[in-house]
Design a protein around this ligand. Structure first.
Ligand code: ADP
Length: 783
């Protein structure tokens, strides 16, 4: 399938390549004989032998056009000459006005007048453009006179004149302007594509520079088109193009200013802000003057150009600063592109004042394309660097999690031993406080890990079959103690006919509900916290509505929009004694988004809040969950019976950990079971032990110096292939402080039989032990 696809793509590429060759041949290889070729497209120039007479009587003979002259505004110049003998019907004269009003006479008869539609304002300059005069047989050798009225001051040129058949007179200009037109079109198209890219991108922050560059490209592209010599062919109304062109050229510098500010990381924001304000004020003043008829855009243009020059100077100066301070490293590729643009912009401004003809923008266009290439290179480089940095951050977080979890493991484990062994109520009270603080610290680490996973896009939803009833009772059991401590009523009101077995990511759903319930308890002092679950069937799915309602402090209306933002905590002063990081709701919202839902909230300040979400789960078993309250009572008692509910004197467990404290914690937790526990501090010693005698379970730490848990497990498995190996079928569980999501799956895939995360809780450990020990070795206590 894949192969066929790539073969097809190669074939299409070849076809396209050949077609491009043919296109070039068709363009260059004119005159293919016997084809209906439509003509030479040629136009003759009428540039020599003219006579020019100025208002003051000054005259110049045998003039060659174009002829640069500095006529005053309002001055008339008469251009006269003779038409050639080969003039015939169907031919046209093509004249060009650069802001001049022109009247053409042939043999004394007025044959053409150029002054395009305008607003009728008295002193408005005429829009530059071409105009055509129809000729006929009788015009051969006729005397031609053009009256040229200059509508701008001290600057002007008498342009060249050409003649030819029909629209052939245009062809020369077409060919001449084609590259520029194509480039301008490319600039506009690429600009729009880049903008679309920005609109669709998730992370808009890092693409702001691309957005501003896209805007600048569109502005320059449209400006080139509106200034193009052949703009009359592209746009029907030259007087509009004039306005378009001025608006664009007056504001273009601002777009560059925004772009430079962005790529320089806002370091010189104030300077750029001043420039942008200046540009907008200048633009507004010029527009008012233009539309009120006081001063034409064209005449106020030099002032706008000064802002463009100011932007160029600021860019150069700030880049020199950045170069000296080393900051330029952050945008070195773009800096090269910027240098090219600055250079191009300088040439552009010079050519605007020095060149006789229109067709500006070539230099700026080339510069911009270079900048685009540079920006793309920079973006790719930044993305690669960011990915590497992200990878480093994830590694750091994983190892930080490990480093912090290991000591907490010891603290909580030992604390559990104190709670179990001590009979002094004061000491028990202290131990409970240690337990609460340690658990809170763990919760914060878990939240930070979740946020880092979300940021690196590694958070995934893993649907499995689960019991809804168990989920609800577990959540209730978890919250009950907290609620009871604050004397709050905890109500779980679940519709009794909800299906008991569903398919979805129960771990994440549990996390969201627990977060909402914990918040409800945290932010409620009197009254109740209710978990309400309703559902209805849609096809094979159950659409569940979870609601967490409290009678707590509520949230102020102005805080509601910030509720789901990272690190945002409302009412900081009032809640200063309530622990929290402001990450929970943000994580919950993100998880729900991944599951195609979203978290909603309603609240009345001082009365209470309601957080709710809907979620669709596949139904696996229709059996109704029944009365949750009744189940709770069974389950509350359950952990007690696991904690000291069995002994297994004949069982033997091997515990492997390089950290002596961790060994001690596990050993202490297993004391009530009377299991024979063997402790070793390295992978090598574990192998020796496993080769020497049988164990019912091996608990293997993951991160150990020299041989890590994974390697030790693999070696034991290899040895187990031999028939006489004593630990042939012994399950090996990994003990790890690396609780990043997906770790459990990873360890199971690598060959471990189970996963116990640190800090190890005695409940979890005893449950695992009970699961793997052979039934005949277990003696249930109290049965
Ligand atoms: P935190 O760890 O601070 O509780 P969350 O993201 O879970 O972080 O919540 C963000 C903020 O929203 C809290 O600091 C609190 O101000 C407000 N909040 C959340 N739930 C409730 C609630 N049930 N009642 C009142 N305020 C709440």
């Amino acid at each position: 399938m894949k192969k066929a696809n790539s073969i097809l793509s190669i074939i299409f590429s070849i076809i396209l390549g050949l077609t491009v060759v043919l296109v070039f041949y068709a363009i260059a290889g004119k005159n293919v004989s016997s084809e209906a070729y439509i003509g030479s497209f040629e136009a003759e120039k009428l540039d020599t032998g003219w006579e020019i007479v100025r208002d003051n009587g000054e005259s110049f003979s045998d003039v060659t056009l174009p002829y640069r002259m500095y006529a005053k505004m309002g001055e008339h110049v008469t251009l006269s000459g003779q038409l050639p003998a080969d003039i015939s019907d169907g031919m046209r004269l093509c004249l060009r006005s650069t802001r001049q009003e022109i009247t053409v006479y042939i043999n004394g008869e007025e044959r053409g007048h150029y002054r395009p539609g305008h607003s009728g304002l008295e002193n408005e300059t005429v829009v530059s453009g071409f105009f055509l005069v129809d000729l006929n047989d009788a015009d051969a050798n006729a005397k031609i006179t053009a009256d040229i009225l200059f509508t701008e001051s001290e600057n002007g040129v008498v342009n060249g004149i050409s003649y030819g058949y029909g629209n052939n007179v245009w062809f020369e200009y077409f060919v001449k302007n084609l590259p520029l037109t194509i480039m301008a079109t490319i600039l506009v198209l690429v600009g729009f594509i880049a903008m679309m890219f920005f609109v669709l991108a998730k992370d808009k922050g890092s693409l702001k520079a691309v957005f501003f560059l896209a805007e600048a490209m569109i502005v320059v592209g449209l400006w080139i088109l509106s200034e193009s010599e052949i703009r009359q062919v592209i746009f029907y109304a030259p007087s509009y193009t004039n306005i378009i062109s001025f608006v664009l050229i007056e504001t273009v510098a601002a777009f560059f200013s925004l772009y430079f500010n962005e790529i320089q990381g806002g370091h010189y924001e104030r300077v750029y802000l001043i420039l942008e304000c200046g540009i907008i004020v200048q633009f507004l003043v010029n527009s008012i003057l233009n539309f009120s008829g006081a001063i034409d855009y064209y005449r106020s243009l030099p002032l706008s150009h000064l802002w463009a020059v100011a932007v160029i100077i600021i860019v150069i100066v700030t880049m020199v600063f950045d170069f000296r301070s080393g900051r330029i490293k952050n945008y070195k590729y773009t800096a090269v592109g910027v240098s090219v643009v600055v250079f191009a912009a300088v040439i552009e401004i010079c050519s605007f004042y020095m060149s006789d003809t229109c067709g500006f923008g070539l230099w700026l266009g080339i510069g911009l394309l270079a900048l685009l290439v540079a920006t793309i290179a920079q973006t790719i480089r930044d993305t690669i660097m960011a990915a590497a940095a992200n990878e480093a951050k994830s590694r750091f977080l994983a190892s930080m999690s490990h480093e912090i979890r290991t000591p907490i493991n010891t603290v909580l484990g030992m604390d559990e031993m104190i709670l179990r062994d001590s009979t002094d109520p004061r000491i028990n009270e202290y131990a409970k406080d240690i337990h609460a603080a340690g658990s809170a610290l763990l919760a914060i680490i878990n939240d930070i890990l979740d946020i880092s996973k979300i940021e690196s896009g590694k958070m995934e939803i893993m649907p499995v079959e689960y019991s809804l009833k168990k989920l609800l009772t577990d959540v209730r059991n978890m919250i009950q103690e907290r609620a009871a401590k604050k004397d709050l009523n905890l109500i779980v009101d679940a519709q009794e006919d909800l299906p008991s077995i569903l398919k979805g990511d129960d771990i994440r759903i549990r996390q969201i509900i627990t977060n909402l319930m914990t918040n409800a308890v945290k932010y409620t002092d009197i009254g109740s916290v209710t978990l309400k679950v309703r559902g209805h069937r849609e096809g094979n799915d159950e659409v569940l509505l979870f609601e967490v309602i409290d009678t707590g402090i509520g949230i102020q209306p102005e805080d509601m929009p910030k509720l789901f933002e990272e690190f945002e905590r409302m009412d900081e002063f009032r809640n200063r004694s309530v622990e929290g990081t402001g990450l929970g709701l943000n994580i919950s919202q993100y998880l729900l988004k991944l599951m195609g839902s979203s978290l909603k909230a309603e609240s009345t300040y001082g009365e209470g809040s309601r957080f709710y979400f809907e979620i669709r789960q596949v139904i696996v078993s229709d059996e109704p969950i029944g009365d949750i309250d009744a189940t709770v009572i069974e389950n509350v008692a359950a952990p007690e019976s696991v904690g000291c509910g069995f002994i297994a004197k004949d069982a033997r467990i091997l515990v492997v950990d390089d950290n002596e404290m961790n060994l001690k914690v596990v050993e202490s937790m297993l004391v009530p079971t009377e299991i024979h526990v063997v402790l070793v501090d390295s992978g090598q010693r574990a192998i020796t032990q496993a080769s020497y005698r049988h164990f019912d379970l091996i608990l293997m730490d993951h991160m150990m110096p020299e041989m890590d848990g994974l390697e030790a497990m693999q070696r034991i498995r290899k040895l187990a292939e031999g028939d006489s190996f004593p630990c042939k079928d012994t399950p090996i569980y990994v003990l790890t402080a690396n609780a990043m999501s997906g770790m459990e799956e990873k360890f199971l895939k690598e060959g471990f039989d189970g996963f116990i995360s640190k800090p190890v809780s005695s409940d979890e450990l005893l449950k695992a032990v009970l699961e793997v020990l052979p039934e005949e070795k277990i003696v249930r206590v109290g049965e």
